[in-house]
Write a new protein. Structure first.
Length: 418
């Protein structure tokens, strides 16, 4: 075939396509309409549609229950309605959240009152994992789920648990060196200034030398085993778990055990650690979801807690709980302004662990922690608070928790189950 003949053939083909294209398009359109009408009118197809919806909702519920940050994302879009936070989409899905608006709003007002620049507060029901409050001083990034805060001395909870599980008695005195607030392993292991300390005293006063020595005594494997059990370096549930780095040497291990090493954590994770202690050593999966409805019908209700697992023995949890109560009674939290006010309420039991360490990453400043619990009879709540303060500030991170507890008392939230 010659060159001109080939050009002629393609020209005829193009003309035919142009002429016939309206019929081809119209035919496709008719097929689409026919398929759509069958899809609507056939009873069989309705069942198929319902089955597809059911399958997609099973997937949706599975994702919702298994993805904490997805829950949190939807919670941030929720609106307050009749004393609840509710999220609705255009498809008829309605999600009711566990967070209590009256508590959330009261704590937000206190944040503004004390001009808190960088701070967060979280409250969790230990036995159910239900999140009762999650307040951040800024919306983006929301600090409650930020796992970049230095854990500081709150990590001593993990070190204490690991030592107790290994059989070290909380009343046994061990040789330590240096003052309680010393931050140098060189001093802890080589100073001539010798003090015999036990865990009861050292936990309440947050003794760095004691926990540094304890870290070397129990060893890296044991410490990291329990760090992982408490959630550090976990990746499941898309939860803002804490991060812990492997020690470089024995001195670095001592720093980590004392809460001075490279350990990062979020306010949510801190609250969960205290919830585990309050719950007798059993960790319950946190949840923001109360119930889910589809077109008015309840398709999920959060009435059965999901157990992550037993982290420590009940006996160990009981000892740590006692030491946390001592921290508030006469330890590092006892002299704080708002903790002193809590003494007026004899019906309350409050315990916790403080932590203080400067951090150089965002937000930069003095990172101040409190993680603990508050009880009134059967009413039990795990709490955590953090503030990163600069030279001038109006409230500490420790006092944020005490202030939140005072808010709960004022709101009568600690007097009865809601």
């Amino acid at each position: 075939m010659g060159k001109n003949s080939r050009y002629g053939f393609f020209a005829v083909l193009i003309i035919l396509l142009i002429v016939l294209s309206p019929f081809i398009i119209d035919s496709s359109a008719n097929i689409d309409v026919k398929l759509n009408s069958n899809f609507k009118d056939s009873g069989k197809d309705k069942v198929e549609v319902e089955t597809e919806n059911e399958t997609s909702y099973r997937f949706f519920l599975s994702k919702l229950q298994g993805d904490f940050l997805y829950q949190f994302k939807l919670f941030k879009k929720a609106e307050e309605e009749d004393g609840r936070y509710v999220y609705r989409d255009l498809n008829g899905t309605e999600i009711v959240f566990t967070v209590k608006p009256e508590l959330q709003n009261s704590i937000k007002r206190e944040f503004k009152r004390y001009k808190l620049k960088y701070g967060a507060f979280v409250a969790i029901e230990p036995s159910t994992g239900k999140v009762l409050a999650a307040v951040s001083s800024i919306d983006y990034p929301d600090l409650t789920v930020k796992n970049g805060f230095v854990a500081a001395s709150t990590f001593k909870i993990v070190t204490a648990a690991a030592a107790l599980e290994k059989g070290i008695s909380p009343s046994k005195k061990i040789v330590t060196r240096g003052h309680d607030d010393s931050c140098s392993p060189e001093v802890w292991f080589n100073s001539r200034y010798i003090i015999y300390r036990n865990m009861f005293h050292s936990f309440a006063y947050s003794s760095n030398p004691y926990f540094g020595v304890l870290g070397r005594l129990i060893g890296e494997d044991t410490l990291f085993k329990y760090a992982h059990a408490f959630g550090f370096n976990r990746e499941d549930y898309n939860f803002p778990w804490g991060i812990i780095r492997k020690p470089l040497d024995d001195y670095d291990l001592a720093l980590i055990a004392a809460g001075l090493g490279e350990v990062r954590v979020s306010p949510f994770h801190e609250a969960l650690i205290s919830a585990t202690i309050e719950n007798g050593g059993i960790m319950v999966m946190p949840s923001l979801i109360e119930e889910v409805k589809y077109k008015g019908k309840i398709i999920y209700k959060n009435d059965k807690p999901v157990i992550i697992g037993r982290v420590i023995k009940e006996k160990t949890a009981k000892i740590i709980k006692e030491m946390m109560i001592n921290t508030v009674k006469f330890g590092t939290a006892s002299g704080k302004k708002f903790f002193r006010r809590l003494r007026r309420y004899s019906f309350l039991t409050v315990g916790g662990k403080t932590g203080t360490l400067s951090q150089l990453n965002y937000p930069e400043g003095r990172c101040e922690w409190f993680t603990g619990f508050v009880e009134n009879g059967d009413r039990k709540i795990a709490i955590s608070s953090v503030a990163v303060n600069e030279a001038r500030y109006y409230i500490t991170g420790y006092d944020l928790s005490a202030l939140a507890v005072l808010t709960m008392i004022r709101e009568k939230y600690l007097f009865a189950q809601r």
